[in-house]
Design a protein around this ligand. Structure first.
Ligand SMILES: Cc1cc2nc3c(=O)[nH]c(=O)nc-3n(C[C@H](O)[C@H](O)[C@H](O)COP(=O)(O)OP(=O)(O)OC[C@H]3O[C@@H](n4cnc5c(N)ncnc54)[C@H](O)[C@@H]3O)c2cc1C
Length: 341
């Protein structure tokens, strides 16, 4: 790479025009970082028949878009996307490259970083800029999650980081005219591609997705038993939300892994997060501390969860939850009656 690469790039993860929301979240954060660094922000789109996606990238604040449109780029395969993205990076030399820490982003970022012989910080929970040194400050839990480490890639480019969905808010799309689109070519032939996608089986989840819900009621070890954990489901249902859990609750078999919040579970950003019997270990906090309102129910007044809580309730969760749920139900019924009247 050249000595002074410029510009922040966000990899826009898409398939058949469906964009992973984390890409827009990263465009919002990328704009903030680019303004701080005094540089440009670009989206990178790889796929086939991607013009509509390219236009949308401008609505999320891009100064320009780098794109490769080729049938070999759909469906996603590591070989084709890493080939295209590495080529674009070599040709245009971005200073920083951000990707979502999704299944695709995790798969792709490692290959791209290896081929470009640069550094990569996975699963960042915070990003910032050291303006003077032009370094991306990449913060993530380290050493089993017991500390938050800020990692720098000192003398390699692009500085690469992945960020999990819902860590940053999704900005509003603005009406913006399309601007510069730099188009690259994929220098691969069909015969060069070693992987063929034969069948795609999409996971079906009856309950919906934890990271896309506005109200989460989460329970932890403090609930004591699977029977008590049912109280979490009851409140979640009364509020029209979903149940979440700390890792011990999942490991105890009280609820499935798809409800785990935290470093090794989901990152969530609901409007309301109720944490019952959860201590507030850093590995849990990194997954939920961006919730708009946090209500903590814990019998220990010194529990760390109270440090991030908007409202704290010092109580036995097993006693408090049923009373609270009944009250919520009454008020919800009242609301329904008022609405009908
Ligand atoms: C690499 C790594 C990754 C991890 N990833 C995750 C992750 O993704 N998500 C996660 O959650 N954890 C994760 N952990 C585990 C994490 O370190 C904590 O152990 C875990 O979050 C604690 O869960 P907890 O709060 O339910 O339990 P505890 O820490 O045991 O806390 C229980 C809390 O309940 C309170 N309590 C007890 N009885 C009652 C009662 N009757 N009423 C009200 N309150 C009560 C107690 O005062 C206490 O505060 C990870 C750990 C490591 C090392």
């Amino acid at each position: 790479m050249a000595e002074h690469p410029l510009g922040i790039w966000v990899y826009i993860e898409q398939e058949k025009g469906q964009v992973a929301p984390v890409s827009w979240e990263l465009m919002g954060e990328g704009r903030r970082l680019a303004d701080k660094l005094g540089t440009s922000l670009s989206g990178v789109v790889l796929g086939h028949q991607i013009d509509k996606v390219i236009n949308r990238v401008f609505a999320y604040g891009a100064d320009s878009v780098y794109a490769i449109d080729d049938p070999l780029l759909e469906p996603y395969r590591n070989q084709t996307h890493s080939h295209g993205l590495v080529q674009l990076c070599r040709d245009h030399q971005p200073e920083i490259l951000l990707m979502g820490a999704t299944t695709t982003g995790r798969d792709l970022s490692g290959s791209v970083a290896t081929q470009l012989a640069t550094g990569l910080t996975a699963d960042c929970t915070e990003l910032d800029i050291d303006v003077e040194k032009r370094k991306l400050l990449q913060t993530r839990p380290a050493f089993g999650g017991n500390i938050l480490a800020t990692i720098l890639c000192r003398d390699r480019w692009p500085q690469m980081a992945t960020v999990r969905p819902r860590v940053f808010p999704e900005p509003e799309a603005q009406k913006a005219p399309s601007s510069t689109v730099v188009r690259g070519k994929l220098s691969l032939q069909p015969k060069d591609v070693t992987v063929e996608v034969i069948k795609r089986i999409n996971e079906e989840r009856k309950e919906g997705y934890l990271d896309g819900t506005d109200i989460i009621v989460a329970g932890g070890r403090g609930l004591g038993t699977k029977e008590n954990f049912q109280l979490v489901h009851n409140l979640a249902q009364a509020l029209g939300g979903m149940a979440g859990a700390s890792r011990p609750a999942v490991e105890s078999g009280w609820i499935s892994y798809s409800h785990q919040v935290g470093q090794t579970g989901y990152s969530v950003r609901p409007k309301l997060y109720i944490a019952a019997g959860i201590s507030g270990a850093i590995q849990h906090l990194v997954g939920m501390q961006n919730a708009e309102i946090i209500v903590a129910i814990n019998k220990d007044p010194d529990a760390p969860i109270f440090r991030v809580a908007t409202y704290g309730i010092i109580a036995d969760a097993a006693e408090f939850l049923p009373i609270f749920t009944e009250e919520v139900k009454k008020r919800m019924e009242g609301k329904a009656v008022t609405a009908k009247a």
